[in-house]
Write a protein of this length. Sequence first.
Length: 489
Amino acid sequence: MATTELLVKNVRVVRPGDADGSEPELLDIAVNDGTITRVAPNLLSDDAARVVDGRGLLAFPGVVDAHQHWGIYNELATDTRTESRASAQGGVTTSLTYMRTGQYYLNKGGSYRDFFPEVLSASEGNAYVDYAFHLAPMSSQHISEIPYLVEEFGVTSFKIFMFYGSHGLHGRSSSQSDFLMIPPDERYDIAHFEFVMRGVQHAREVLTEYAPHLSLSLHCETAEIMTAYTKLVEQDGSLSGLRAYSASRPPHSEGLAVTIASYLAHETGLPNINLLHLSSEKALSAALTMAKAFPHIDFRREVTIGHLLADVDTAAGIGGKVNPPLREREDVEALWRHVLAGEVDWVVSDHACCRDELKFGADRDDVFLAKSGFGGAEYLLPGLVGEGTKRGLSLQKIAQLTSRNPARRYGLLKKGDIAEGFDADFALVDPDVRWTVRAAESESTQEYTPFEGFDMTAKVTDTFVRGHHVFADGKIDGDPVGRYLKRGR
């Protein structure tokens, strides 16, 4: 009887803890019962039930994509299946997806005690990668449910959408209560944000075993600035497309929101704060300034692969509409400088599949009629390896940015490394292949991509989720094997 279920031989293992810039060692990876049992050179294959030749490719720890949105525009069960396939295509082995009550997602309000079991039921058995959920407390009732969600479901991360104060998902909104499906006597505003922070901190104090992994994430844009600037851009009329959308949600809106969020964290004593998808120099600068002002707050800074690869000119049309917007090339270069300086903690996809028929309004050239968000998990690891290494980003840093750092922050204690005792999650990457992005070749149901025609110089060839070879030689293989992950203990 074989003593090793899977042996992956001849791979150059990229370990996030190895010396920065060191050459990955040619090793073999042995797997039993979904767990890595040995990582060493020249392991014997005689007692292995299955042997895979890694062909000298790079083996990265499976990507922990800490920012996705399954079910935002499509039915959740279907989206879980198709978009997890796209995730595996990009080397993602764990998806952390955002969920809230209100319009979109399940289109329901009410208690998370009732809502979240429906989410788990819809996603169960449909994912090709492991997954967990961040939840957004939209009402006072949700805040009171935080300890229950932590203990019952292992949800350790929560979210605030700062711009929802008087802005909808795609633009101005005059019916906040209808959009968010919150009680008419409640407001989703700065005071609510403060109370959410106090609620998360209370959970940290009463559930001490979870405290290191309990955190709050914030989408940092300022509704009042965006509403005013949208009016200015529309009245001026000289800008169009993605440049107009960026101007309508200007970078200083991000910087101001970061500052407000940071002071509230200081006021409430909540130390674990994640600043999401920072898209501009002003946003990063504000985030770094706040880190110096409040050194007792453990800020983490997130950037998306979309904001690193595309700008308002290079993205393929208004399919690149997203919140916060794609920016000018100067901001893209600034983000890369911060990544290379070690001032960004992780890189994500912010994957939100929005099909063509829903994405674009009656006028396909009017960016303000288009829906916000697009998929991109399938380009996360190849995009960062290709563009990052050209800019001097080491393979070890890439493994930190895509896997170890988010895994540690979000309580995924068996994810984030290729080492004994960790889940057998890894992706094989060919760093020497040139290919062109075509939406038609994606496993996502999204028929377009803002990266259409982009030249890539690295490609994921194989993805393993707990030893299951879910993406093999460029194709999805087998049935969904993904599991819901309780976190933090």
